[in-house]
Each structure stands twice: as C-alpha cells, then as structure tokens.
Design a protein around this ligand. Structure first.
Ligand code: SF4
Ligand code: SF4
Length: 318
C-alpha cells in the first residue's frame, strides 16, 4: 500500500495554474477488493454522508486535516511553539490540547514533532500526479483484468477531478471503477458515468427514515441514481455494509432484494461490519458512536447471504 503519510500537502508541480486538483487521502496499490483484478484504489477526501460505522473518518472533511497519535506524544511541547494559529496549547491538567476549529492543517507541528505523534491526512494532487502512481502497475492491470477504482470518501464530490482522472485512464486503456454512495446530482453523475466501466453502488438502508438516522441523509436521490444507472445498462454491483441491528432486518433484506429485482440487478456484495476504524476517530478528536456494537457472527452473515440468494441474487461477502 502506498500511503500519503509524510508527503508534503501539495507538491510544487501541483501549483501550476489552471490544473485540476483534488484532495486524496490514500492511494492503495495492489487492491483486490475494489473491483475486478489487481487495482489501484484512489481514496478521495470529502463525503456528504456521516455513516455511523465509517472506517475512514478522515474522509469526512474535504480538505487535509491533522491526525494526533496521543500514545506517541512525549509532551515535549515543540508543537505548541511551532503552531502559527494557536491551535495547539498546553493543557493545564497535563498533555496537550488541540483546538480543531483553529487548525489549518499547515503541517508545521508535524515537521517539529520528534516522535511522529502528528501527521496530516490528505494531500492536494493533480491528475498528472495521481496518474504517475496509477501507471506504475499497468502490467498488473493488463494481466489480471484490473484497473483503477475511485473510492473515498465520496469521489463524485470532486466531480471535475474524478472525471478528468477517469478520462486519462481511458486514454491509457485502463479500466475504471467508481465506488459511490450515489448521493450526488444525477446531472453530475451522468458526466462521470461516460468514463466509468463499472459502478460499485453502496446502499445502506432501503427505508428513508432509517437511512437518515444512520447516515445523516435521505436515500431518495441514492435510489433514483441507482435506477438511472441500471436503466443505462451500465455494469453495477450493489454493496451493502452489513451493520448488526441497524440494517440487517428481514424486512430490509427483502426490500433490498425487491429493489434489485425491479432494476434487474444480479450482483451484491455484503461488507460485514468491523470496528477497525475506531482508533482514527480518536486521532481526529471525533466520537465513535458504535463503540459497543459487536460484529456479526459468521453464521449470521451466512444466513443473510442465503436469504439474498433465495431471491436469485449472486452474493459475495467481504
Ligand atoms: S497543523 Fe498547523 S495549525 Fe494545525 S495544529 Fe499543527 S501547526 Fe497548528
Ligand atoms: S511535538 Fe510531538 S511529542 Fe512533542 S508535544 Fe507535540 S505531539 Fe507531543
């Protein structure tokens, strides 16, 4: 995996005028779960949803932000002196305090921290710079039927950057896959679809009220966009993050299967809940609201898979 940890927020090349730039928080090479074959997954920063279980909370905000690893901090307070925005201060009760509302993610404290207790998540990149990473694995794409996946965060919320990236991939005969929550204006999505070979389409809940409770937004536009993509005949795989006691009821599974049958969709991937992203919430000073939730047992996942298969769907897990 190539991560952006330690790289400058913006390289000199990305300061050229009129270049389309985007904010990316990770580029993962040799990804095998984000579409067919061996892929490079580009993680876009910024998302309009706030799914309670999100394992990438650094993707919420559309711009770079500070990670703080408290367990590595030795309280030398160099960061306090280095911060030009008074965002870091000494806590009178011990340790340090970060005023997130004042932090501009300038990275000055990261430069002086001797223990790597600080890092900036997110980097402004040009399409050229992303393509440079992407093209390193051309041979793997060709031999495995792989390509590039745009994920996040929500990639469609940087529409120009995403569209240009996919255009460039197509110019180099690289397969493109869009991993989206679908919460985007149909007009915007249409333009991106012209350069998209496969859509991985997240559906979190079929009920609009429950959907809003779990993600912060209504699912109306999401279901409409799913219908629009299916009507165009664009290859699409539905992906469902399976969250115990939140969206795994018989009623929701039945509604989902009915919706897919209506759209003549066959493939669905279940993504079982895990709490691996929990530590990131602490690094960002955010609250993780599902800390008491236990993952499904494998036999429970198997039962949901069997239920979906009984509707004639091809179900993948993981
Ligand atoms: S990233 Fe910049 S603004 Fe934020 S705490 Fe560090 S030095 Fe201060
Ligand atoms: S510079 Fe690093 S180790 Fe020193 S107080 Fe700040 S975060 Fe902690």
């Amino acid at each position: 995996m190539v991560t952006l940890r330690g790289l400058p927020l913006s390289s000199p090349r990305s300061r050229k005028k009129n270049e389309i730039k985007g904010c990316v928080f990770n580029i993962e090479r040799f990804a095998i779960r984000d579409g067919p074959g061996i892929r490079t997954t580009v993680f876009f920063k910024g998302c309009p949803l706030r799914c309670l279980w999100c394992s990438n909370p650094e993707s919420f905000q559309p711009s770079p932000q500070l990670f703080y690893f408290e367990h590595l901090c030795q309280q030398c307070y160099r960061c306090v002196d280095a911060c030009p925005n008074k965002a870091t201060s000494v806590n009178p009760e011990g340790g340090i305090e970060i005023a997130r509302n004042l932090c501009k993610a300038c990275g000055k404290c990261v430069e002086v921290c001797p223990t790597k207790a600080r890092d900036i998540s997110g980097m402004i990149m040009t399409v050229d710079e992303v393509m440079e990473e992407v093209k390193k694995d051309m041979l793997f794409y060709q031999n495995s039927g792989g390509g590039v996946t745009a994920s996040g965060g929500e990639p469609t919320h940087q529409p120009e950057f995403l569209q240009r990236l996919f255009e460039r991939c197509h110019e180099s005969a690289i397969h493109t896959c869009l991993d989206t929550c679908g919460f985007v204006k149909s007009k915007v999505l249409q333009k991106i679809l012209a350069y998209t070979d496969l859509v991985l389409y997240d559906i979190k809940h079929m009920d609009p009220v429950q959907h809003k409770k779990l993600t912060g937004v209504d699912n109306g536009i999401i279901l409409e966009n799913a219908r629009m993509i299916a009507t165009q005949g664009k290859p699409m795989i539905v992906r469902v993050p399976l969250i115990p006691r939140h969206n795994d009821s018989e009623q929701n599974i039945k509604a989902l299967a009915g919706f897919m049958a209506d759209l003549k969709l066959k493939k669905i991937d279940l993504l079982p809940y895990h709490a691996l992203g929990k530590a990131k919430y602490e690094r960002l000073g955010l609250e993780y609201k599902l800390s008491k939730l236990k993952p499904h047992k494998s036999k429970e996942i198997e039962a949901i898979k069997t239920a979906l298969e009984s509707y004639g769907l091809e179900v993948g897990v993981g």
